[in-house]
Design a protein around this ligand. Sequence first.
Ligand SMILES: Nc1ncnc2c1ncn2[C@@H]1O[C@H](COP(=O)(O)OP(=O)(O)O)[C@@H](O)[C@H]1O
Ligand SMILES: [Mg+2]
Length: 313
Amino acid sequence: MNQQFDIVVAGDFNIDLLFNGFPHIPAVGEEVIASDFQMVLGSSAAITATHLAALGAKVAFVGAMGADEMGEKLLTFLKSANVCTDFVKIKKGMQTGCTVVMNQADDRANLTYAGAMETLCKDDFPYATIAKTPYFHLSNPFVLPELRNSLTSLFRNIKSLGAKTSLVPQWDVTGKWDLDFENLLPHLDYFFPNREELMRFTKKDNVEATLSEMSSVLKHQLVMTNGREGALLRSPEKQMNQSGYVNSNPVDCVGAGDAFAAGYLVAKMEGKSDEKALEMACESGALSTFCYGGNPFCENRSDFNEKVFKLLK
Ligand SMILES: Nc1ncnc2c1ncn2[C@@H]1O[C@H](COP(=O)(O)OP(=O)(O)O)[C@@H](O)[C@H]1O
Ligand SMILES: [Mg+2]
């Protein structure tokens, strides 16, 4: 296999306009002043790609943008993070996606114009490259209607090419919470919902009930994140908990789940045990809360190792 990349990452692709330092989310008719603003790389998939690259993986990104300045800015962000943008699709006559992110403590309110990214469809994927790449990751299918409707067949195809597959679902902006787990989960090696998302999907009000319902359809690994509490892994064979490395004063938690998934996947690429992978994932998630936006807090792997030691241990 002539392997150029460790992982192909696909999914949402937008700029974030990030507001921090304000007392409350404005009501209609009101104006609230923020003390901090930044324009940064947004979108779960692109953020995951930059975290993977910072941890040392060779990453190619698949997403859709418009032929505009915001799209160019996105490409610059990815390239400067060492992510290959050769497979990004430019959709003529469309605008690049954009999200206004209003941060409040551990959570945020988001307003998104999806634009070009929502036209990403299965014909946009570089299957020949995916066939030569050991990992494939997709994030945030709910803002990608074309893909959302063919999620099971997309993952079935990609798994049949030999890749290890993973999905970060993110919040179902359609409000339906109707993933077809029975048919989808067999094609996912790693499924990474956060706690709230997992319970919405299964329509349960506690994690234990959720996990026992999932167990009948779970074929591989479900890795649930739970904010500063850490994470748990459930597979047909076992259940494992990893307590979090608490950052009690997070700058913001944008992209923590994406940084977590990147940490887990890199550990797996390196052949680490599930236990070590959970640990590295929680380190990566926790470190991402030390800086604004979803950008990696660490420049490279040795910087990551140093910061884990200095800030978390
Ligand atoms: N305040 C925090 N302190 C330390 N780690 C955190 C904090 N918030 C999140 N994390 C880490 O990031 C991971 C993902 O966070 P979570 O909030 O569950 O996901 P999401 O960002 O998708 O909502 C957690 O499992 C944890 O490892
Ligand atoms: Mg998330």
